[in-house]
Design a protein around this ligand. Sequence first.
Ligand code: KG4
Ligand code: ZN
Length: 362
Amino acid sequence: MIRVLGIETSCDETAASVVALDDASAPRILSNVVLSQIAEHAAFGGVVPEIAARAHVEALDGIVEAALADSGTDLRDIDAIAATAGPGLVGGLIVGLMTAKAIAAAAGKPLLAINHLEGHALTARLTDGLAFPYLLLLVSGGHTQIVRVAGVGDYRRWATTIDDALGEAFDKTAKMLGLPYPGGPNVEKAAVAGDPTRFAFPRPMKGSAQPDFSFSGLKTAVRQAAQAIAPLTEQDVADVCASFQTAVSDALADRVSRALARFKTEFPHEKQPALVVAGGVAANRMIKATLETLCDKAGFRFVAPPLKLCTDNAAMIAWAGIERLNENLEEDDAFDFVPRSRWPLDAVSAPVVGSGRRGAKA
Ligand code: KG4
Ligand code: ZN
């Protein structure tokens, strides 16, 4: 039996979790405590790094205690401490990684410095026991990527955004329309009463031979449409949201279907290929339904882990720690590991010009 304590502080959730694995059964999440800081950042319309770092300092020890208590585990029974060491907001990363180093040093346990994106990438193995290889679509506030996952530590980024992340596009659209932060859920809610055909927004990159995503042109089109009909009625807002969401789903479907086709070419003998979604945008029902239909048509299994494991959490960090321990992939010098605001999952694929804000939420 392996039990790992995970710690996640890369953005605006302070989280700790204990995950266990034994030979006989599926992995078990013994506790999963997540404290969201949304209320502290809402007035600013986005995450304020300094406020986030201070909030992590205040909350983290209590969250770790709660995770241990909920799991019914004593620190003595924990085999290793895994903490997010990047990418993300560096203030928060320092708080989480230093806390993990202190706990590991005091308790005499191994430390694992985990890439947050690897946490998202391996979650479907924790929740659904998914076998390698598979495709991951990560759609969050800071990332929009398609990653080929072939093993622990074996990742290739097949597509990324050349400008805004998809969650960011939702958040900016909401802001332009006067909807509260975080934008995604509010845009989705408003869209229910809207006419998706009223505005013919662009489908960025649709049909392009280049595999990447782009959302900034769509954002500009939304701004221009909103300015042209200002002041906006409630119905106008609903129509913009519905038209935006439809454009986004359509653009996403085009990009993802290319990746599914590539996967089939690269893994022709894979009997049950799978697409996994992760990130907060995976909560969107229209996007989820679009991806499900796409997978059905392409003969892919569609895996959408429960939402609280799709968004930022520490269970995925603890699980990535277990996967690394099992493969003997722990860093030799984790105690010397310096948090990284940028840390691509795939060191091979070249960075795309314009993509990824420094320290963006992952
Ligand atoms: O994964 P997440 O909680 O945090 C990270 O970015 O890591 O994702 C947050 C993002 C925000 O941009 C939020 O607006 C978006 O996910 N989001 C949604 C929905 N719920 C959250 N976007 C579209 N529709 C939703 N229902
Ligand atoms: Zn994340």
